[in-house]
Design a protein around this ligand. Structure first.
Ligand SMILES: *[C@@H]1O[C@H](CO)[C@@H](O)[C@H](O)[C@H]1NC(C)=O
Length: 342
């Protein structure tokens, strides 16, 4: 605008028109993602990412800053960060496929499965589609050094419809903790404990985003498969932001760790960790929206895993059944009515 104003004072109509066009562009009909978290600058797709599968089912929009991933009968689609990172803050604004999406899985995750086949690390946001009228569920998970025998899943319902609009989903990974966020709210904190050992991810990982057919397990343990009558299923990604310590993939991870310790982003990462005023928000979210917790699944883990006692997001055991699923208390309706009467 500054250059337009100085270029010519004899064309006020043009300036008005230019302004009108700019305003129209700002108010475009497309849903607009909220501003990026922690002021981390989003990258254009070509600046930081590369397609891994899906041919034309991955499409770029909005000056190469938005990515549409589609699942149809032929394939899903996905992309990966160009760099491997040892610690960082990873974020995307995501809008999930609307309507019938049973069996569809959208994943936003860190992994090094390509590099370390048997001892891989992984941090997951997985979105599990549902039948029409029932909401998407979100799952987070943590694997370290090939600990796939020990799932550390938590599942949540969301306080909004994730198919209506963009929301930010972010993962903070430092040497001390892992935090998952939904918009500004931290929803899970995994604090590194000595007993956790190598199950705490400690080798460089890449960031991935994918959409795929999870018919075998995504919706009620596979009872509802993907129905391609409703295809394509389209997930949109925007605000692809990373503030992390990129490492050279050709070095082994011990020297990579040494190299990354001098990374500028490193010192600022720990300061992003749950500030006091966000702890209450985290606890409130967890109490209201956690639908499954491996820490309370006594059938699977008769003794809770070591990290379950650490961190700020500890939930009372009475919220959950022996299978780790949230219990719906029978007296709730009556108590609610009493509350209303107060
Ligand atoms: C990771 O797993 C491998 C294979 O089981 C093992 O040899 C290695 O010691 C583990 N790493 C750590 C840091 O425990």
């Amino acid at each position: 605008m500054a250059s337009a104003a100085s270029s010519s004072s004899s064309a006020p109509l043009l300036r008005v028109l230019a302004l009108a066009v700019a305003v129209l562009a700002l108010c475009g009909a497309e849903a607009r993602p909220p501003p990026p978290l922690h002021g981390v600058r989003p990258l254009a797709f070509d600046e930081g990412y590369a397609q891994i599968f899906g041919s034309t089912n991955l499409a770029l929009h909005g000056d190469g800053r938005r990515v549409r991933l589609a699942l149809d009968e032929s394939t899903g689609a996905g992309f990966v960060s160009q760099d491997l990172f040892l610690h960082g803050f990873f974020s995307a604004a995501i809008k999930l496929p609307a309507d019938y999406a049973a069996g569809v899985v959208v994943a936003f995750y860190l992994s090094n499965g390509d590099v370390y086949e048997k001892t891989h690390d992984e941090l997951d946001f997985e979105f599990l589609g549902n039948v029409r009228g029932r909401e998407w569920r979100v799952q987070t998970n943590v694997y370290g050094n090939g600990s796939t025998h020990a799932g550390r899943e938590e599942r949540y319902d969301l306080p909004f419809d994730p198919t209506d609009d963009f929301h930010h989903y972010s993962i903070l990974w430092t040497s001390q903790r892992i935090i998952f966020y939904v918009d500004e709210t931290p929803i899970r904190e995994v604090v590194r404990t000595a007993a956790m050992g190598a199950a705490f991810p400690s080798k460089p990982m890449s960031l991935y985003a994918t959409i795929w057919d999870g018919s075998a397990w995504a919706t009620l343990g596979g009872r509802y498969r993907v129905n391609y009558k409703y295809a394509p299923f389209v997930a949109e990604f925007a605000d692809l932001a990373i503030r992390g310590c990129a490492v050279d993939p050709t070095t082994d991870h011990r020297s990579a760790a040494a190299a990354a310790s001098s990374c500028d982003a490193r010192s600022s990462l720990e300061s992003l960790a749950v500030p006091a005023e966000q702890r209450a928000a985290m606890v409130a979210f967890r109490r209201s929206h956690t639908s499954y917790s491996y820490c309370h699944d006594r059938r699977r883990y008769p003794v809770a895993l070591s990290e379950c006692g650490a961190g700020a997001g500890l939930l009372p055991g009475r919220m959950f059944g022996l299978d780790g699923m949230k219990q719906h208390r029978r007296h709730r309706a009556r108590r609610g009515a009493q509350d209303d009467a107060m």
